[in-house]
Design a protein. Structure first.
Length: 92
């Protein structure tokens, strides 16, 4: 039974680790479409990627402390909830 739970944990962690790069990889090809849709410059569209990456990188400083204080599972659930809600908000 230990090996099955270990496999599931590995699968979940690998999926979570691939989520942010997948979000970026699906966003980058749409730069030209976003630029024409919003009528903005290349720099403004590139800055939108920066505004995504800055909080992503800064939160690595606090993820450990947050997960220690509220629990790792709760931190993952809250993080995924915020990510999904923000993605839905951006899609609307």
């Amino acid at each position: 039974m230990q090996s099955k739970s270990s496999f599931v944990l590995t699968l979940v962690l690998a999926s979570l680790a691939a989520l942010a790069p997948f979000a970026i990889d699906t966003y980058l090809p749409a730069f030209h479409t976003l630029q024409s849709e919003f009528g903005t410059s290349d720099i403004a569209i590139q800055q939108s990627l920066t505004f995504y990456l800055v909080p992503y990188t800064l939160m690595t400083l606090w993820h450990g402390a947050i997960s220690d204080s509220i629990g790792r599972l709760a931190a993952i659930r809250w993080g995924l909830t915020v990510f999904v809600l923000a993605s839905i908000g951006c899609a609307m």
